[in-house]
Design a protein around this ligand. Structure first.
Ligand SMILES: CC(C)(COP(=O)(O)OP(=O)(O)OC[C@H]1O[C@@H](n2cnc3c(N)ncnc32)[C@H](O)[C@@H]1OP(=O)(O)O)[C@@H](O)C(=O)NCCC(=O)NCCS
Length: 415
C-alpha cells in the first residue's frame, strides 16, 4: 500500500502551531515535508514550554512529526538562491509568518509563480483583507475575533476561550484541505494557485451554528437556550453554558465522586426519542403519563429541573456506569474524560490515535496520531527532526549542491 501523498514535496516555511499542524497532516499522508528553519535558531516552539532542559519541547515534537529539517536563511545572497531552487523543486509552499514576511524575504507571489508556475502557495494569516489584515495573531485572539469566545462561557459570565485549538489547529486543517483541493485542480489545469486561510474565518466557520442563531434571534427567543423562558436575550447570541446548541436539550451533570475528582461528570442529552428510556432509568416513569413532562414542549421551560432530577440519579453512579447504563438504551451520553484517561485509553492506542514515539534526545513520549484514517493508505507517526538534521541531504539531493558548495554555504551562514 502506498501513502496517499507520496511524491508531493512541500516547502514548509511554517512555525508555531497553525502552519505546522497543516504540514504535519500532509506529512502523515506521505508528502515529503521539508521544514525550513533559521540557522542556529529554528522554530521558536523548539524552546517553548520545555519540560526537559536543552531538548526539543513537546510543543514542537507533537506538531512536526514525519518532517525533514533544513536550516536556511533566505535573506543571505546564497540562501536566496538555494531558496529559489527549493521553490522550483517543490509542489507546495506553506507559510504562516506575519503578513508581508515572505515578500520582505524577496519572494512575493508573482516571483514564486515565475520560478514555478505549478507551485501551490498556501498561507495562514490572522485576518483576511480588511481593517485587521496587518495584525499578528495567536490562538486566543482568533477565538475572540471569530465568534467563539463571545458565545462560550457561563450564562451571565464573561467570555471564555476553549481548550481546543480551533484558531491554530482548526485553521491548519482548513489549509490542508485547501492544499489538496488545489493539488487536485492542478491535475487538470497544470497550474498552481494561492490558498489563503484567515484564522478569524476558520473560527467563524466552526461557529457557524452561532451565526445561525444570531438570525433566529430576530424571530423571538431561542427556546433551547437556558435563557428561555425566564432570562433575558439581548441583541447578540448569548453564552449558553453547557446547553447543546442543537435541537436536543443537553447538560453536564455531576457523577459519583465529583467531590474529589474534577472530571467526574457526564454529558446527558434528553432528546425526545430517548426520553422514555432516560425517564425510566432515573426512576421517573411517572413522567411518561404526566402531561407536565411527557412532551418536548412541556419539558422545554423546565429543562433545568429535568437535569436536576437526572443528576440526582447520576450522583449515585460513576460516569462510566452512567455511560454503560444509558448508552445501550440509545440515550446519547458522554463521560467527561480527562487527558490522563485519554492518554491511557487502550482503544485509542489500538487505532493509532494516541501513539508512543521514541525521540533520540527526549526518549519516549505520547502524541496524537493522524485522526483521519484512510483504508488503503497507511499513515504512521515518525519523530520530529532535530534542527537542521537533514540539511546536507536536502542540499545535496533536492537542491543539487556539491559537498564543497554546501561547506561554502555553511561558512557564509546561509545554511
Ligand atoms: C505567529 C506570529 C504572531 C509570530 O510572530 P513573530 O514571532 O514576530 O514572527 P514573524 O512571523 O513576524 O516572523 C519573524 C521574522 O523571522 C524571519 N524569518 C523566518 N524564518 C527565517 C529564516 N529561515 N531565516 C531568516 N529569517 C527568517 C521572517 O522573515 C520575519 O522577519 P521580518 O519580520 O523582518 O520580515 C506571526 O507569525 C503571525 O501572525 N502569523 C500569522 C498567523 C498565525 O499563523 N498565527 C498562529 C501562530 S500558531
Amino acid at each position: 500500500m502506498s501513502k496517499a501523498l507520496e511524491g508531493v514535496r512541500i516547502l514548509d516555511m511554517t512555525h508555531v502551531q497553525s502552519g505546522p499542524t497543516c504540514t504535519q497532516l500532509l506529512a502523515w499522508f506521505g508528502a515529503d515535508v521539508i521544514k525550513v528553519e533559521r540557522p542556529g535558531v529554528g522554530d521558536a516552539t523548539r524552546g517553548q514550554l520545555r519540560d526537559i532542559p536543552d531538548v526539543d519541547s513537546l510543543y514542537f515534537t507533537m506538531l512536526n512529526h514525519n518532517k525533514r529539517s533544513v536550516t536556511l536563511n533566505p535573506k543571505t545572497e546564497k540562501g536566496m538562491k538555494i531558496f529559489a531552487k527549493l521553490i522550483e523543486e517543490c509542489d507546495v509552499m506553506v507559510e504562516n509568518f506575519a503578513p508581508g514576511a515572505i515578500d520582505r524575504m524577496g519572494f512575493p507571489w508573482e516571483k514564486i509563480q515565475e520560478i514555478n508556475p505549478r507551485m501551490i502557495y498556501a498561507s495562514v494569516k490572522g485576518f483576511g483583507p480588511g481593517p485587521f489584515e496587518d495584525c499578528k495573531v495567536y490562538e486566543n485572539v482568533a477565538q475572540c475575533t471569530g465568534g467563539s469566545a463571545s458565545t462560550t462561557g457561563e450564562i451571565n459570565g464573561f467570555p471564555m476561550v476553549t481548550g481546543s485549538q480551533i484558531g491554530d489547529s482548526g485553521t491548519g486543517l482548513h489549509l490542508a484541505l485547501g492544499i489538496v483541493t488545489a493539488l487536485y485542480h492542478r491535475e487538470k489545469s497544470g497550474k498552481g494557485q494561492r490558498v489563503s486561510c484567515a484564522m478569524q474565518d476558520g473560527v467563524l466557520n466552526l461557529c457557524r451554528v452561532k451565526l445561525r442563531d444570531q438570525q433566529r434571534l430576530a424571530h423571538g427567543p431561542m427556546k433551547e437556550y437556558p435563557q428561555y423562558p425566564n432570562g433575558e436575550f439581548g441583541a447578540a447570541v448569548p453564552r449558553a453554558g453547557n446547553a447543546s446548541g442543537g435541537g436536543q436539550p443537553g447538560w453536564i451533570v455531576k457523577c459519583k465522586g465529583w467531590e474529589t475528582d474534577p472530571d467526574s461528570y457526564a454529558y446527558v442529552i434528553a432528546q425526545a426519542a430517548a426520553f422514555p428510556a432516560l425517564a425510566k432509568a432515573i426512576g421517573h416513569e411517572d413522567w411518561l403519563e404526566d402531561p407536565e413532562w411527557n412532551t418536548p414542549e412541556a419539558r422545554l421551560p423546565k429543562i433545568d429541573k429535568l437535569f436536576e432530577e437526572v443528576e440526582k440519579w447520576t450522583l449515585t453512579k460513576t460516569k462510566f456506569e452512567v455511560m454503560n447504563i444509558l448508552n445501550p438504551q440509545n440515550v446519547p451520553v458522554g463521560p467527561i474524560l480527562s487527558m490522563k484517561e485519554l492518554a491511557e485509553e487502550p482503544s485509542l492506542r489500538a487505532t493509532g490515535t494516541v501513539v508512543e514515539v521514541d525521540h533520540p534526545e527526549r526518549g519516549k513520549y505520547l502524541t496524537v496520531g493522524n485522526p483521519i484514517k484512510l483504508s488503503d493508505s497507511p499513515s504512521d507517526v515518525e519523530r520530529s527532526p532535530l534542527l537542521g538534521e537533514h540539511t546536507d541531504d536536502i542540499l545535496r539531493d533536492v537542491v543539487g549542491m556539491s559537498d564543497e558548495e554546501i561547506a561554502a554555504a555553511k561558512a557564509e551562514g546561509a545554511v
